[in-house]
Design a protein. Structure first.
Length: 122
């Protein structure tokens, strides 16, 4: 069963959303888009708002998920999180997380969730 790149990405985001919900997070938004940026998952728990970038890959990729979140991608995520916070004011402490999902034949075979994968000072 061959699935396309969009379906693989959606699978990784859905898996990550389920992981967050199981760990007590409330999903606020998925695929929040503004001109020039997107955040895959925005969730909230215990006064923290987590802006999560999800990288879904096949096994043994040339570039792993974390390496794919380049400094320029981080800047876009931070700018997009600022736009979210202007549109949806909140008192939560922002945090930038990453999820690396490995998919084989339409199934998640490996998952890593990194809290504080990067911060706004970078």
């Amino acid at each position: 069963m061959k699935i396309n790149k969009n379906e693989i990405g959606r699978l990784g985001e859905t898996f990550t959303s389920c992981y967050l919900e199981k760990n007590g997070y409330k999903i606020l938004k998925r695929n929040f888009r503004v001109k020039g940026g997107e955040i895959d998952i925005i969730s909230e728990k215990d006064g923290i708002i987590a802006f999560t970038e999800v990288k879904t890959r096949a096994p043994d990729p040339l570039v792993n998920g974390l390496e794919a979140i380049t400094p320029s991608k981080r800047k876009l995520i931070i700018k997009t999180s600022e736009q979210y916070s202007i549109r949806y004011p909140h008192d939560d402490q922002p945090r930038f997380d990453a999820a690396c999902v490995t998919v084989l034949n339409g199934k998640v075979i490996d998952f890593q969730y990194i809290e504080n994968a990067f911060d706004a000072s970078e």
